[in-house]
Design a protein around this ligand. Structure first.
Ligand code: URA
Ligand code: SF4
Length: 219
């Protein structure tokens, strides 16, 4: 399963009992898999320890890798618009990724996004677990299949689970969760829809899912 990952996972690099500042300071030293080698920056997270919603994406993209911040590229704009449209105050939202380094393939001057493997997702999960401990969110939102795989510790079909608040024990036994989970689509999926009406529909569905999560967090 972790065959394409050359290192043992992030565990030994994650300081125990650390707060967010300490985690953020330690992340650049992580050698838990090989993805740090070609990346510009580790991309840790954005948001406050007292946030009620934790949004988990896939991995940083090209822009995020260059800037060292999550969701600052095109998918980030879609996500910010959706959070605003759902009426969720930004201070209630903590945003992070399942995998903290950008995985890509170089083609000439371009860097083409590559999905992280299950091995990378598993290697990086200790960081997410440390974030669970610190933020202790009321609800976790998994954006897309990679996030769902990391959060739930098993592969799910987005279409089968999306939009419902799943109890913490929906995760596999080895993947303890601090809170219920809602799985929805990744905002970058919207960027691949050419038809404007269909894209709008997909955006509205993302907004509705975020609202469901926020309502569950408030209850
Ligand atoms: N996509 C993600 O999943 N995360 C980011 O930070 C940016 C794009
Ligand atoms: Fe560590 Fe995660 Fe980066 Fe791999 S992707 S080196 S596990 S922080």
């Amino acid at each position: 399963m972790a065959g394409d990952v050359e290192r043992p996972g992030a565990e030994q690099w994650v300081p125990s009992g650390a707060g967010l500042d300490e985690l953020r300071a330690a992340a650049p030293d992580c050698r838990g898999c090989e993805l740090w080698q070609d990346a510009t920056h580790v991309v840790f997270s954005k948001g406050r320890e007292d946030a009620r919603l934790m949004l988990v994406g896939e991995q940083p993209g090209d822009r995020e890798d260059l800037e060292g911040e999550p969701f600052v590229g095109p998918a980030g704009r879609v996500l910010a618009d959706a959070i605003d449209a759902a009426g969720i105050p930004r201070r209630q939202v903590y945003v992070t990724n399942a995998v903290k380094h950008f995985r890509f393939e170089r083609r000439g001057k371009r860097r083409i996004h590559q999905k992280p493997s299950v091995g990378h997702i598993v290697a990086c999960r200790p960081w997410l677990e440390a974030e669970f401990d610190v933020v202790n969110p009321d609800v976790v939102v998994a954006l897309g299949a990679t996030a769902a795989r990391s959060v739930l510790g098993r592969t799910v079909r987005i279409g089968e689970v999306r939009g419902r608040v799943l109890p913490p024990d929906a995760a596999g036994a080895a993947s303890a969760l601090p809170a219920p989970v809602l799985v929805t689509t990744h905002p970058s999926a919207l960027l691949r829809i050419d038809d404007a009406a269909k894209r709008r529909e997909a955006f509205d569905a993302l907004v509705a899912d975020l609202r469901t999560a926020a309502d569950a967090a408030a209850s």
